[in-house]
Structure formats: C-alpha cells, structure tokens
Design a binder for this molecule. Structure first.
Ligand SMILES: Nc1ncnc2c1ncn2[C@@H]1O[C@H](COP(=O)(O)OP(=O)(O)OP(=O)(O)O)[C@@H](O)[C@H]1O
Length: 275
C-alpha cells in the first residue's frame, strides 16, 4: 500500500491584517516534502503577503506547521533557525561584494559546516566566479547566488518569491534550471507568474484569489484545464506550446487599482513561452 508523505509545511486559515485592512482572509496550503510546490494567483492575490506571513515578517494568525511543529507565533529569526531559507523577489545580492563574500555572509554559526560541497556541485559556475563582484553577474547568475545562499545552511525548505520576474526569456530558462537543481536537494515553495516555469518545475500548486485559497492540486492538472486556468489565473490558454494570452474582460492578473506592468514585469501569469 502506498502512502503519501506528510507535507513539510501546512498552512491553515492564515490571516493578515495590515493597517486595519484585511489582506489575507484565511489561506490554506501545503508544501510537499520534496520537489517544488507553486504558489500562484493574479497580481494582488496575496502571494507575497502569504510568504511574509509564513516567515513571520508581518503579524499573522492561523496555523503554520513546519514538520508538524506550530510556528505561527515564532519570530523570523527562530523560523530561520528551524530551517526556512528565503530568496526574496529582489534577490538581496550585495553588488559590491564578490560571489564568495555573498555566500560567506549567509553562513550561519551553529548550523553545522556550510554546505559548500552541495552548492558547488549544483552550481559549479559559482566556484568559477567566486572572485567576481556580484553586481557584474547576469540576473540569472545573481538568482543562482540567492538560491545558493539558502542551500548553505542545511535548510529544510526554500521559499523563492518570483525568481524569474523581470528576466529575459533566456535567463528565465537558466533560473528554472537553477531551481530544478536546488529542488533535488531541498523542497521549494515557489511564487511564480511564469506558467512555463510552473509547468516545468511544480508538481503541486495552490492558487490564491483575493486573499483566500481558490484552488489546490496537481499543477499539471490545473495547467491542462483551460477554463480553470482562465478563471483562476487569467490566462487565455495554458497548454504546452501556447504563448500566454490574457483572457478578455479584466486584464489578466490585474485587479482594480493594480497598475499595468511592462513586458518585463508581466501583469499576469504568463503561459508557456519561455522556460
Ligand atoms: N504593507 C501593505 N500595506 C497595505 N496593503 C498591502 C501591503 N502589502 C500588501 N498589500 C496589499 O495586499 C494585497 C496583496 O498583496 P501581495 O503583494 O501579497 O499580492 P501578490 O499576490 O504577491 O501580488 P504580486 O503578484 O503583484 O506581487 C494587495 O492588494 C496589496 O496592495
């Protein structure tokens, strides 16, 4: 008899209020114990707020179980010590420091020997570029540094917030490869708008809408269901080989008051073209 492994992270009824405004109304999601789980949704759906809530960066209520332990009342530093690594949307790379210095900054005293072997095995390029200033790296290489930092400390979970945002299609593909390699070592919760990347990497997904969980299930199933993808994500089509076309009506990925984005910062999940 086969049994499904318990999720690594289980979020229940996560609520966030900022400045008196209810941003999350009760988010439920699970992060699988291996591979990549995608957190999806249109702009303003609450993805980054969910990540910030999980990480304790903002006040929140509900339940966040990490490996069965309740963490919702823990401070961020305590969560980091329990093994959650975070690759923020802006990558947080120090441009004036070298690659090696950026990695060294992520070493955590008391977390055991930093896993340089793993990092260099997954990303040999970082060893070759150890003395290069991080500011001179490409966007994809900087993302590699950001992910590598989360792998150094024996983390149990990596949360990556929109790692492909604003990157050229070729670089998107490189970053997808970086994440693919990292997920072999550590489970990833991936906030992502590029559906080609989601298709390539994610086994499971949760979709947020208006601060609530609107859908949970296998990522491939959602992407194969054009109606569901249109309804939940705002893309016209989501089959393999399609290019993304926003559905009619409200521009995909926008909500009232959401500014339109440039091509480099798509307003909506983008389908299939570039990973
Ligand atoms: N600090 C804040 N103060 C007030 N409102 C906020 C704050 N942070 C987020 N919000 C609002 O909460 C809602 C959810 O924002 P969030 O950034 O979590 O969405 P998102 O799904 O990550 O969107 P995007 O894909 O555009 O990054 C939005 O309406 C946003 O304007």
């Amino acid at each position: 008899m086969s049994t499904t492994p318990a999720p690594l992270l289980t979020v229940r009824d996560l609520k966030v209020v900022i400045g008196g405004r209810h941003i999350l109304h009760g988010v439920d999601l699970e992060v699988a114990a291996s591979g990549t789980t995608a957190l999806l949704g249109r702009n303003g759906a609450g993805k980054t707020t969910t990540v910030r809530g999980i990480l304790g960066l903002i006040p929140r209520t509900g339940s966040v179980l990490l490996g069965g332990e309740e963490t919702v009342r823990l401070a961020t530093h305590a969560l980091v010590r329990r093994g959650i690594g975070y690759a923020p949307e802006d990558r947080g790379v120090f441009a004036a420091l070298t690659v090696a210095e950026n990695l060294r900054l992520a070493e955590r005293p008391g977390a055991g020997e930093p896993a340089y072997d793993l990092v260099h095995e997954l990303f040999p390029e970082l060893r070759q570029r150890a003395r290069q200033a991080a500011g001179t790296l490409s966007g994809g290489q900087q993302q590699m540094v950001a992910i590598a930092r989360t792998l150094l400390n024996g983390n149990r979970l990596i949360i990556a917030d929109e790692p492909t945002k604003g990157l050229a299609p070729k670089v998107v593909s490189e970053v997808a490869q970086v994440l693919e390699r990292a997920a072999q070592a550590v489970p990833i919760l991936l906030v992502e708008q590029n559906l080609a990347v989601v298709r390539r990497l994610a086994r499971h997904c949760a979709v947020l809408a208006d601060g609530r969980t609107a859908h949970r299930g296998p990522a491939a199933e959602l992407l194969a269901d054009a109606d569901a993808a249109r309804r939940l994500l705002g893309v016209g089509r989501a089959r393999h080989g399609d290019t993304g076309t926003p559905s009619a009506g409200t521009p995909a990925g926008t909500s009232p008051g959401t500014p339109a984005r440039t091509a480099a910062h798509p307003a909506a999940p983008t389908a299939e073209a570039d990973a």
